[in-house]
Every structure is written in structure tokens, then in C-alpha cells.
Design a binder for this molecule. Sequence first.
Ligand code: TYD
Length: 217
Amino acid sequence: MIAKNFVVFEGGDGSGTTTQIELARRRFEKENMERRLPPLWTTSEPTDGAIGVLIRSVLRGELAVRAETLARLFSADRSEHVFAENGVIDRCSRGELVVSDRYALSSLAYQGIDCGDALPKALNEEFPAPEMLFFFDIDPEVALKRMENRRIREIFEYLDFQALVRERYKALLPWYEEKGAIIVTIDAAKAPDEVAEDVWNALKKTSLFKAAYESRA
Ligand code: TYD
């Protein structure tokens, strides 16, 4: 099943998804002054809800849990994010464009390394595929260099692990493509402004924004 109006940003650590979601939000504000666009909701996983907060403490290495438990925490957090009142599905169905920094493919790419593929696949089966999925592709060495100034290094922020994450993303993309999601691969090594332009050009092609641009062209 595809969740219409749902867009996700995916990529390894340091690939710039968080920066780009902020730039997309700013671009939206600007464009919205010229033409009235449907509402945009930007969000992220792990969420800032109770389960997301718990996940953050695992990522910082403050709380040790089994890899399988972490996989379950991510899917529990996602369940709230997607299905709770005013969550992703509610908003997409009332005509908002929802853009999430990370989603189920993060679980398949990351948790699959420590738990094997079966558990993350089973835990994520119930979640609908997004209409559009951006994959921010970047050499993990370059990505980790970008993150050198961050104070806390999280448990997945190591080169060998990130190299595996990148390979797994590439292998997993067809899984969503088969479900009908539009896959947009972004060269995330480019300058942030150039990447932002590529992102906006693709967002304009979502069913919701496309209609708004066409009707007011
Ligand atoms: P993110 O917030 O994007 O990273 P940052 O702390 O650099 O802003 O994501 C946090 C980490 O969680 C990142 O290493 C990816 C990982 N993650 C998973 O392993 N599985 C998941 O399902 C999700 C959503 C994130």
C-alpha cells in the first residue's frame, strides 16, 4: 500500500537529511507566498515522543538493549508516528504533504545489520510505503567528516557500519520501488543549496504539489 502525500528522506548518518528538510521547509514558506500551496508538515524518526526519547538514549550509548529490542522500539515509535491521531496518515489524508526525516527503510538498512533481515522486515510490514522516497547518497567517509564537530558520537556512526548501511540502502531501494514508491536518488555530496534545489524540483512532482503548480502556472 502507498500512502499518498507521504515523502521520506533516507540516507546514512551525515548525509544531510536533517539540513535538507529544514531547507525544504524554508523554500516552502517562500513559494507559499507566491502561490498558495497545500500545507506541509515536516517530521522525523526517531520521534520526540516517549519511545523516541528512549531510543535516543540507546543511540547515545547511555542505555544498552539487545539489537532486537532496539528494532522493536523503532517500530513501536513508528506505529505512533504513523497511526496515532494527527499522525502521518491522518495528515496525508486531509491533504497535507508530510515529509519525514527517516522512516521504515532506516530500520531495514540499519537494524538488518545487527539482527538479520527477517525481524525488521516483519516489524515493518504494516507500514505503508511513501509516495516518494529520497535516497541521499554519499561516500560515508565524506559524510562522517561532516559530523566530526558534533560532540556525541552515536552507536552507528562508524565508517565500517556506514559503508554497510549505504550498500544495504542501495540493495533495498527496489523493495519500495516494487510497492510503487517514486525513488529519487540525490547526490548528497553536492553543496547544500544545490541539493535543496534538486529536492524542491522533485517535491514539485508529488501529486499534491504538482496539482498546485499546474493549476496556477
Ligand atoms: P538521525 O536523527 O537521522 O541522526 P542524527 O542523530 O545524526 O540527527 O537518526 C538517528 C540514528 O538512528 C541514525 O543513526 C539512524 C538510526 N535509525 C535506525 O537505526 N533505525 C531507524 O528505524 C531509524 C528511524 C533511525
